[in-house]
Design a binder for this molecule. Structure first.
Ligand code: 13P
Length: 341
């Protein structure tokens, strides 16, 4: 393992002004997104859609540091035969790959899951590296509800995340460690804070036990935020203040960077929250976005599967990428959104 090189990549992924495009929706998830815009989820449509994003020059070269791909996409070529991975590299962004194989029900723990995919991971990482991937992602899912999460779910998921991270580093790939505490419930922000704290503490404990080099990884956490169905929604300032307090308490400064998931926040909320956190600096790590929905909802709608809408889709993507790029420096203002609209 070359830790200097891993650290260089991890640092580039979270460089100020840029963030990560999470375009790694599994076939099931992208079908849901396409259903919403009336597009059939064929291999060709998925390719065309993602090619549109990766060819959005302004967005990709100025605001996107890396792109997380799904297995199908990393092997796909653009219409003109150029591998999609090359398009990403040519824009100056770093290609990455989602390597977990989703969740399975966790025995003895009703309603809880464990993320799987470790069995042949070492071989798969080798092939992904040869194809150009320089970082990877593994997502653990923790739900908040009546009596959950259990210590069992937190523990097995943290263990798997650390196993994955160690395998990545051995393969010279930077692991994005993503323990996602879902925002689906009716819990308040303090319950989210408390659960996320337990999850992060356990995750870093496992990372240490399994000898993962913190300098060569990126953390992808949820924010401390109210559950979507909670009647009392925390303000932007409260989310920013509590998230930074939480991360400072749990994430060692040796970690080069933190890149948030959007998790179901609206586009503008996700941007506003990141921006507000940068008003609370200086921060010990790079702090940016690794958004899926909050970067892609607008371009998906603008595109709607029609070739004549490609330019509009790229404009919508560039706008969200720029807004989040500014937020990653604390330079975003809501008036910039209105101007564009
Ligand atoms: P969202 O930003 O849509 O939550 O997706 C990010 C991601 O990669 C979740 O694993």
């Amino acid at each position: 393992m070359n830790l200097t090189e891993l650290n260089r990549i991890a640092t580039a992924m979270v460089v100020s002004g840029k963030g990560i495009l999470a375009a790694d929706e599994s076939s099931g998830t992208i079908k849901k997104r396409f259903d919403a815009i009336g597009v059939e989820s064929t291999e060709e449509n998925r390719r065309d859609y993602r090619e549109m994003l990766f060819r959005a020059k302004d967005a990709m070269s100025q605001y996107i540091s890396g792109v997380i791909l799904y297995d199908e996409t990393i092997w796909q070529d653009a219409k003109d035969g150029t591998p999609l991975v090359r398009l990403i590299e040519q824009s100056g962004a770093i290609p990455g790959i989602k390597v977990d194989e989703g969740t399975q029900a966790l025995p003895m723990c009703p309603g809880e899951t464990v993320t799987v995919g470790l069995d042949r991971l070492a071989e798969r990482l080798k092939k992904y590296y040869e194809r150009g991937a320089r970082f990877a992602k593994w997502r653990a899912v923790i739900d908040i509800g009546n009596g959950i999460p259990s210590m069992t779910a937190i523990s097995v998921n943290a263990h798997a995340l650390a196993r994955y991270a160690a395998l990545c580093q051995a393969a010279q790939i930077v692991p994005i460690v993503e323990p996602e505490v879902l925002m689906d419930g009716d819990h308040d922000i303090d319950r989210c804070y408390e659960v996320t704290q337990r999850v992060l503490n356990k995750t870093f404990q496992e990372l240490r036990v399994q000898r993962v080099a913190l300098e060569g990884m990126v953390l992808k956490p949820n924010m401390a935020i109210s559950g979507k169905k909670c009647p009392k929604q925390a303000s932007v300032e409260e989310v920013a203040e509590k998230t930074i307090r939480l991360l400072k308490a749990c994430v060692p400064a040796a970690v080069p960077g933190i890149a948030f998931l959007s998790g179901g926040q609206s586009d503008e909320e996700a941007t506003a929250h990141l921006n507000a956190m940068h008003k609370l600096g200086p921060l010990p790590w790079g702090l940016t976005f690794s958004y899926g929905r909050a970067l892609q909802a607008a371009p998906q709608k603008a595109w709607s599967g029609r070739p004549e809408n490609v330019a509009a889709g790229q404009r919508a993507f560039s706008h969200r990428a720029r807004m989040n790029g500014l937020a990653s420096k604390g330079e975003w203002q809501s008036s910039l959104e209105q101007k564009a609209a």
